[in-house]
Structures are given as C-alpha cells and as structure tokens.
Design a protein around this ligand. Structure first.
Ligand code: NAG
Ligand code: NAG
Length: 284
C-alpha cells in the first residue's frame, strides 16, 4: 500500500529511476514503423516512421523494401529527400518527409517487408530500425465455379465435382459443404495445385468426391456448397486482431449446387430424378 507518508518517497524513487533511464540513453531511443497490413491494388499506402531522437540530431531516415533502399531523407542534404527505383514502389515525393513515405498506386509487386532506419549525427552516430510487412491483396472478381455436374444422379453413384475460385492474390482457400456441414474427410477432398495467371493472380481448385446415399437428402434435397475466401491466410498471423478491420470477410464468395429428389414418393424405386440448379450468390 502507498499511504500519504510513503507517497513522496515513492515519487522520489520513480523520479530517480526515470532520470537514470533517460540519462543512460539520452540519444536516439526508439524507432517504430506503422505500415498498412493490407492494401488493394491502385490504393495509396502511407508508411509511417516514428522515432524519438532524445537529445540527438537527425542525420538520416532511410526506407528499404526487403533490402533495397527506396527513400532517403537527410535534412542537411540538398535536396533533403531522394527516392530510388525499386520494383512496385512509387514514392509520392510531395507527400513524403522525415516521418512518412507515401506510395501511390500500389500493385502486387508492392507487397513485402518495409524497414525504416533512423541514424543520428555525431557524436552519437546511433542508429535504430523497425520493419513491418505490407500485403497487396486482390480479391476475386468472380464467384467460385462448380464443375463436373451431371444431369442425373442415382443413389450409389459417385459424385465428382470441382470447385474453382476466381483469380485472387494470395490464393483463395476453398471449403466444401454438404447441407451446411463442412467436409473435412481427406478421402472426400482432392487438392489440386494452384494455377498461376498474369499479374501474380492465382486460382485454386478443390475436388469433392463421394458416393451418393439417401442420408445426403434432407427433405428431398441436398445442398452442395463451395465457399472461397482469402481470409484464412490473412488471419493466420493475428486472427483476433484483424477480423473486424478487413473488408475481405465481406468478400467471401460461394457457389451453391442444389440437388433435388423429384420422386421421393416412388419408394420402391431407388432411382431419384434429380433436378439440378446452380445458384451463385454473394454474401454481403
Ligand atoms: C545528450 O545528453 C547526454 C546526457 O545528458 C550528454 O552526455 C550528451 O552530451 C548530450 N548530447 C547532446 C548532443 O547534447
Ligand atoms: C478437376 O480439375 C482437375 C484439374 O484441373 C482435372 O484434372 C479434373 O479432371 C477435374 N475433375 C472434374 C470432375 O471436373
């Protein structure tokens, strides 16, 4: 407990501690970057570099993408700011300074690790750095497509379908559902390699294979659904923190295959005449 008697002593101790800490590192204390985690092609990206120089004087602020320098700010140079050509990085010099760099119109080549390095002048020559990743994300323009659909199925037939995502970057993650139940069994799922297209975009294909049985029909119909999202990849690093801030969740897309049993009354025959309709819709 801190009562009124020990309070002044307490403050004195804290003060002495802070004084010790600050005089030990009177110069450059820290550097911290603030880089947007996700951007969509064509967007502007502002990369922030915050630092506390203490009683040091700034010598330079340098920005690197991976290990290539693309921007340098040296207050005593003329001009103080310079940019260097790096793939996917187009600096807006009018909006960039010693605290931030603005990139106009990011594209898929702009993804990467961005590092800010701050150096102090003599006599300390101290330097410190901080880095963070930015991912340029292309959401698919189209819904996934279910292929391999036959006109009719009989109980006992093998159902063999493919679900192919729209073009995205990074790759879409696909999931199959039967009557709203996600298919987890490895033997029912066939994983195909992702296909590469122009501009770094890729498509994913996931196969679904199973033997049709009566238990698949609920109230005379079976709903086979394929859901494509790129969210799981994006969320894998920090699942909780990004869930709410990303537009990507809204861009989960799906394809639905509704298999109807037309003759549930014809009990003797185990033959089902199935009307198939494919409905695509987008959950917003
Ligand atoms: C910064 O502060 C430290 C400790 O107080 C001192 O030794 C150093 O000379 C100062 N440097 C400058 C550039 O003022
Ligand atoms: C599914 O896609 C793969 C890869 O493109 C292809 O080899 C296979 O024949 C397709 N299967 C069906 C049922 O369409």
């Amino acid at each position: 407990m801190v009562d009124f008697l020990t309070m002044p002593l307490y403050y004195l101790l804290v003060f002495a501690f802070l004084k010790a800490v600050t005089s030990a590192g009177a110069g450059l204390k820290w550097v911290r970057v603030n880089v947007p985690q996700y951007r969509v092609p064509g967007e502007v990206a502002q990369l922030q570099c915050d630092y506390d120089l203490g009683n040091d004087t700034l010598y330079s602020v340098k920005w690197y993408k991976e290990h290539e320098e693309f921007y340098r700010f040296v207050p005593k140079a003329l001009p103080p700011a310079n940019s260097y050509k790096v793939d996917g990085v187009h600096v807006d010099m009018t909006k960039s300074d010693n605290r931030k760099v603005v990139l106009h119109s990011v594209n898929w080549k702009s993804s990467g690790l961005f590092r800010c390095e701050v150096s102090a002048e003599a006599p300390s020559f101290a330097s410190a750095q901080s880095e963070a990743r930015m991912e340029v994300v292309s959401l698919p323009d189209e819904d996934p497509v279910i292929s391999g659909v036959e006109e009719q199925y009989q109980i006992g037939d093998e159902i063999n379908l493919n679900c192919t995502s729209g073009r995205s970057r990074p790759a879409s993650i696909l999931h199959w559902y039967i009557n709203e139940q996600q298919i987890q069994k490895d033997e029912a799922l066939i994983k195909y390699p992702i296909e590469h297209h122009a501009k770094g975009l890729v498509t994913s294909t996931l196969g679904l294979r199973f033997i049709l049985s009566n238990r698949h029909f609920l109230g005379g119909s079976m709903r086979v659904k394929c859901v494509a999202s790129i969210a799981p990849v994006l969320f894998s690093e920090d699942r909780e923190a990004v869930v709410h801030s990303l537009p990507v969740m809204r861009d989960m897309r799906e394809a639905l295959l509704l298999v109807k049993s037309a003759s549930s009354q014809v009990g003797i025959s185990r033959l089902f005449y199935l009307f198939i309709s494919i409905v695509f819709y987008l959950i917003l």
